[in-house]
Write a protein that binds this ligand. Structure first.
Ligand code: SF4
Length: 278
């Protein structure tokens, strides 16, 4: 049975596997996958996020079967899995994959989702919902669809007691400091102690926006903290603490230099620890 998994990244020090799925139900103007389909933590991309290349990354061609996935995973020692890439929950095998991860490897499973269509979350331990904007005209401009369902799904997850947090991308000139503050205010109204992660935009796709400066990221983070207790923001100049490599395809993203991004789960801390708060 084929999955939609086209890439596996592994961080030995964190005992973390990241599964990258292909296919999404929206088309964001600044989607990372327009620029690159492999993990941004791989050696060949480190430091490259400051560049502004044109053009689109080629789509993946090879997708793993369940048997191939298991035979790759069996080679690694890991305790947590991030299900990401594009929209992992759209894979018809999603529930089978997360159940297999729990039963065979006893992992803690984190799903990164745009929140538009939630899959069976029985074997998902934590969910990150990406909110593009709470101002619906901005969401429609950026993602092509209303945010109504996304916000409803976030509220349902919280009401159901699912361990959930929010991530947004700060895009100067589009998703600006005022919009990030509106998102923070909205989250506080849903759950005051929810974690809010803010990422700096970097050039992806054919659009006019620029990367934020470190100072802008600090200002945005401080603004969000006026409304929320748990805010983490990337400054865009972080050092990579742990080596990441591609378990599939083997050799993808092999190195040119070292750079300055760090892993999401590293920044979020271990599953039972408090998240890192900026
Ligand atoms: S939701 Fe994520 S994967 Fe889908 S288009 Fe937007 S940025 Fe890309």
């Amino acid at each position: 049975m084929n999955t939609r998994i086209y890439h596996i990244a592994y961080t030995p020090e964190l005992k973390e596997i990241c599964l990258f799925f292909w296919g999404c139900n929206i088309e964001c103007r600044g989607c990372y996958c327009k620029r690159r389909i492999y993990s941004p933590m791989l050696p060949d991309f480190l430091g490259k996020h400051i560049e502004e290349p044109a053009g689109l990354a080629p789509a993946p061609e090879k997708f793993l079967t369940m048997d191939e996935l298991v035979s790759i995973l069996d080679k690694y020692d890991f305790t947590s899995v991030v299900l990401e890439g594009q929209e992992a929950g759209l894979d018809p095998e999603f529930a089978n994959i997360t159940r297999m991860l729990h039963e065979r490897y006893h992992t803690r499973n984190l799903l990164l989702s745009n929140g538009l269509q939630l899959p069976d979350l029985t074997d998902v331990d934590r969910v990150e919902i990406g909110i593009k904007a709470v101002s619906d005209h901005l969401n429609i401009f950026y993602a092509g669809v209303s945010n109504k369902t996304v916000l409803e799904n976030l509220e349902k997850l919280v009401a159901a007691g699912k361990d959930t947090f929010v991530e947004s991308v700060f895009i100067p000139g589009l998703i600006d400091i005022n919009e990030i503050e509106r998102i923070a205010r909205y989250i506080a109204g849903v759950k005051k102690d929810m974690l809010f992660v803010i990422l700096p935009y970097f050039k992806s796709g054919d659009n006019p926006w620029r990367r934020p400066t470190v100072e802008e990221m600090e200002r945005v983070g401080e603004t969000a903290k006026k409304h929320l207790d748990k805010v983490f923001f990337f400054r865009g100049n972080e050092e990579l603490k742990f080596k990441v490599f591609s378990a599939f395809p083997e050799g993808a993203g092999e190195l040119e230099n070292t750079g300055d991004m760090t892993s999401l789960s590293d920044l979020l801390g271990s599953p039972d620890a408090d998240p890192v708060i900026a």
